[in-house]
Design a protein around this ligand. Sequence first.
Ligand code: FEO
Length: 162
Amino acid sequence: MISKTMTEAINKQINREFFSAYLYLAMANDATDKGFKGVANWFNVQFKEEQSHALKFAHYLQEQNAKVTLSTIDQPTLAWGDVTSMFKEALSHEKKVTAWINEIADLALIEKDHATQNMLKWFIDEQIEEEGNVTDILWMLDMCGTSKSALYLADKKLAKRE
Ligand code: FEO
């Protein structure tokens, strides 16, 4: 059994993961509106990943006989100036998520909650990967500069994500 404080912290994180999903779905929709089908595909895959993160936390609570409490998901931004702005916001959002996961890890350490510490290892590794992936895309977009043909090829590359 985990503490009430830890249950609340994980429930809060479930909401944040669903918000992340919602944010990336909004980016996918805006990318579609802008004609970037590859970018839309990348964010749609990310949308599903974020839902799976929320469910992973929820299943952990249930395994610990703690209650999953779903709460209101904030409305995300709905449109961006260009696709680079989307990935910039995605990176700063992921940095926030990393900080939140670290806060829960700190709490687990204080509470000597070894089970939660162990569960969080997966998320700590995942955050390194998520920040790294978005950083790589930002480098690629930076290299495209103002070349429309380079942007077209970058979009084709992002269409391959499954
Ligand atoms: Fe679930 Fe992108 O962190």
